[in-house]
Design a protein around this ligand. Structure first.
Ligand code: COI
Length: 354
């Protein structure tokens, strides 16, 4: 399929200079948009000036949340090359999420072409400062007007781009997380392992509560026993015990994060064994108290690697590594960002130069 390209006015294409980039509030001048109709399949792909979109008020997505999305980044390397990180894994996950939400599959090669064409048109918007990147947000949603609960026969696939800095206001300083025992994020057989808006909407109430208590994010426990750690609102979670870097095993209700997978593969390269296993909140608290938990951090495309300095459980606060960023956390952060910005060798061929 050929992509029709319609460029924005030159005036609108100018890059503004930003000192500190916020996360997800600034958008580039262009967007990709493609339609799906039952009898036509995916058709009419376009890159056009960034604009609002028109939706029928009865569009299925607005009522029943039939939608999926991805989040990946393009980096401006120290060699001036533009790198996408694990783009094929993100596209594969988009299709897995789509399958769970009964949304038609997209051709991975074509999605890659759409991402590449769009970022090359808006390449001047890729921030050059290390620590910042161009966040790429592909999303697909159901547009058929119908108040009956059914699988939509029409969709829109959109890709928007946003130059971003750190996700948390703390930057690379440790964040504080709050364990909720009141709410759950996802349950076995649910949609916890795919990227769909509903998972995030379901997390907001607990997030509001955590923030009111002075915490950055919520640490979710499993739905059945409220005993095992699952993930944090916008990232997966890792615990560095005496000589093991552990993260909760994927049970079906945890998002299989791509940064999570990258850390599982990079840590052994630094001589640190990793383990995916069940981790109870009691084990965490006990190991903070007896100091066998050395470090804790979260991973995610937006969050990158974010140190965690404090966990609140049952209204008691526990400090990890004196509330400081740990050595392994820093090494992993430098390793992964080194690969992303083309400073370090890429042992798994994760980056794609565009
Ligand atoms: C990402 O890390 O890319 C996400 O989609 C998480 C979102 C809350 C920003």
């Amino acid at each position: 399929m050929e992509i029709e390209i319609n460029l924005a006015e030159p005036e609108k294409r100018k890059v503004s200079q930003f000192e500190e980039l916020p996360f997800g509030k600034i958008f580039t001048p262009h967007m990709f948009i493609m339609k799906y109709e039952e009898n036509k399949g995916w058709h009419s792909p376009k890159i056009q000036p960034f604009s609002n979109i028109e939706l029928h008020p009865a569009a299925i997505v607005l009522h029943y949340s039939q939608t999926v999305f991805e989040g990946l980044k393009a980096y401006y390397g120290i060699d001036g090359k533009i790198r996408l990180f694990r783009v094929w894994d993100h596209i594969a996950r988009l299709n897995r999420s789509a399958e769970r939400l009964c949304i038609p599959q997209v051709d991975p090669e074509f999605v890659f072409k759409a991402i590449k064409t769009l970022i090359l048109i808006d390449k001047d918007w890729i921030p050059k400062k290390k620590g910042s990147a161009l966040y790429i947000r592909p999303l697909i949603f159901a547009t058929q007007p119908n108040l009956g609960l059914k699988i939509s026969s029409e969709y829109l696939f959109i890709i928007i781009l946003s130059p971003v800095g750190a996700y948390y206001k703390e930057g690379f300083n440790p964040v504080k997380i709050y364990v909720t025992t009141e709410y759950i994020r996802a349950c076995p057989g649910g949609t916890g392992e795919v990227k769909t808006g509903g998972n995030y909407a379901a997390s907001l109430k607990a997030q509001e509560l955590a923030q009111k208590k002075g915490y950055t994010q919520v640490l979710w426990l499993d739905a059945k026993e409220k005993k095992y750690v699952e993930e944090v609102g916008s990232m997966n979670i890792f615990f560095y015990f005496d000589n093991e870097l552990a993260t909760p095993a994927l049970t079906g209700s945890i998002l299989p994060g791509i940064t999570r997978d990258s850390v599982l593969k990079l840590a052994p390269q630094l001589g640190i064994p990793t383990k995916e296993r069940r981790i109870s909140i009691d084990e965490i608290i006990e190991s903070i108290e007896n100091k066998t938990l050395k470090e804790c951090f979260g991973t995610g495309t937006a969050a990158v690697i974010s140190p965690v300095g404090e966990i609140c459980y049952k209204d008691k606060s526990y400090i990890i590594n004196e509330g400081k960023t740990g050595e392994l956390t820093r090494k992993l952060f430098e390793y992964i960002t080194g690969i992303q910005y083309g400073e370090k060798e890429d042992p798994f061929n994760w980056t794609v130069i565009v």
